[in-house]
Design a binder for this molecule. Structure first.
Ligand code: NDP
Ligand SMILES: O=C1OC[C@@H](O)[C@H](O)[C@H]1O
Length: 383
């Protein structure tokens, strides 16, 4: 068990191995630096070889800032990057509705794919991606980064150890207060665009679903969605959810509940009292409760409170594996990159997200939209 990390003490840049995996990135996306560019700096087997950006000036700025040697720009940029024989793996941080088509194209071009969450717009699309990856002998991974962190694995270990008996229910809240999200999201953010498969249940909703299933060891089964209620987003109230509340029936009479929100309004008169972010996964078991605060980005800060009905409560913080196989200050994304590279290299990853898990996760998202009465998400056609 380790103490809170020193955020200034990140791993030193690693030397690049003689035959690194050469990554290309489709789109100069905002998430790229945290999800791949910074983690790659400390991975000795990874090099970032190219970025493709529709806008030449933006692509050049991104490449300069992140020291990426090759830039593809313009309307054919993504296809040109995929045709580059000096790229082994492609990271896809495009709007949700573009994940499917570009993943298929990348696999057809012989590249491994690391695909941002939510992996696709439908379960069927995720199924197709994994089938093609298998046929080609390539690796496809949904970038559900939180699962790879040792804190998430520790919660799972405590639950599955039986220390607190059988699971009765799980509650997850993931919400961003409006005063914070106004700085995080653009007015016309990809998240609010139905034609790009936006929506809160797509963008934020996959985290609670993945966290519940990881915590209680239920990753191969789909969840039965009992109810789903959307709060409309002002940008497109008939199709985009600002928030979504859903309840689930799980095997063995377990139940679950998820609440997600892009912009929790303030409380009190005129909503002037600001709210705090909601980031807690709570597991209720026969013998007590477990509260995992910050299940989304546990590397920043987290706490795992174990509260037995009998005996004393304890708080755990797990920033590293006990055997020291990882590095100090590793983020969820760094653990994810480790797993992706290990899989490509034929080594057994410490944690892995199987195809079935990602496929059934998308089944749940589809059912949530169906129950809520909002229209299904659809992927974009690309030329
Ligand atoms: N794992 C995580 O922690 C996070 C994951 N994400 C996921 O990453 C993906 C991207 O999110 P985010 O980085 O916030 O998004 P951005 O808007 O910053 O980036 C999306 C990129 O997609 C490209 N793009 C291609 N087609 C379009 C289009 N029609 N409209 C807009 N952009 C387009 C753009 O690339 P170009 O440079 O070529 O113009 C742009 O850079 C989403 O799927 C999201 O769910 C997001 C945040 C956190
Ligand atoms: O971690 C996250 O938090 C906010 C979301 O909008 C984002 O896409 C997600 O990955």
């Amino acid at each position: 068990m380790a103490s809170d990390p020193d955020p200034g003490n990140l791993p030193a840049p690693a030397e690049t191995a003689s035959t690194p995996i050469r990554f290309g990135i489709l789109g100069a996306a905002r998430i790229g630096p945290n999800a791949l560019l910074k983690p790659a700096q400390s991975h000795p087997e990874v090099t970032i070889a190219a970025v493709a950006c529709r806008d030449a000036a933006k692509g050049a700025r991104y490449a300069k800032q992140w020291n990426i040697p090759k830039t593809y720009a313009g309307p054919k940029a993504y296809n040109e990057l995929l045709a580059d024989p000096e790229i082994d793996a492609v990271y896809i941080p495009l709007p949700n509705g573009a994940h499917y088509a570009w993943s298929i194209r990348a696999l057809e071009a012989g590249k491994h794919v690391l695909i941002e969450k939510p992996m696709t717009s439908t379960a069927e699309e995720a199924r197709e991606i994994f089938a093609l990856a298998e046929q080609k002998g390539l690796v496809a991974l949904e970038a559900m980064h939180s699962t790879f962190h040792p804190a998430a694995q520790r919660v799972r270990e405590i639950v599955l150890s039986g220390e607190l008996g059988k699971v009765k229910s799980v509650n997850v809240a993931f919400g961003l207060p409006a005063w914070i999200s106004q700085f995080m999201f653009e007015k016309n953010d990809v998240r609010f665009d139905y034609n790009l498969a936006g929506g809160c249940a797509m963008d934020m909703g996959v985290y609670p679903i993945a966290a519940i299933r990881n915590a209680i060891g239920l990753e191969v089964a789909s969840l039965e969605v009992a109810s789903a209620t959307a709060v409309p987003h002002p940008a497109d109230p008939d199709r985009i959810d600002r928030a979504m509340h859903a309840t689930y029936n799980l095997p063995n009479s377990m139940t679950a509940e998820t609440t997600i929100d892009f912009a929790i309004p303030g409380k009190g008169p005129f909503g002037l009292i600001p709210r705090l972010p909601q980031l807690t996964l709570s597991v209720h078991l026969e013998g007590g409760d477990i509260e995992f605060f910050n299940f989304v980005a546990p590397h920043m800060y987290h706490s795992i409170k174990v509260k037995p009905k009998r005996g004393s409560a304890r708080t755990e913080k797990v920033y590293r594996y006990a055997d020291g196989r990882d590095g100090k200050g590793w983020t969820t994304y760094r653990y994810q990159l480790q797993a992706f590279v290990d899989k490509i290299r034929g080594r057994k990853p410490w944690v892995w997200i199987e195809a079935t898990t990602s496929i059934t996760e998308m089944e749940v998202v589809e059912k949530v939209y169906e129950k809520s009465g909002l229209p299904p998400r659809r992927s974009q056609q690309i030329v």
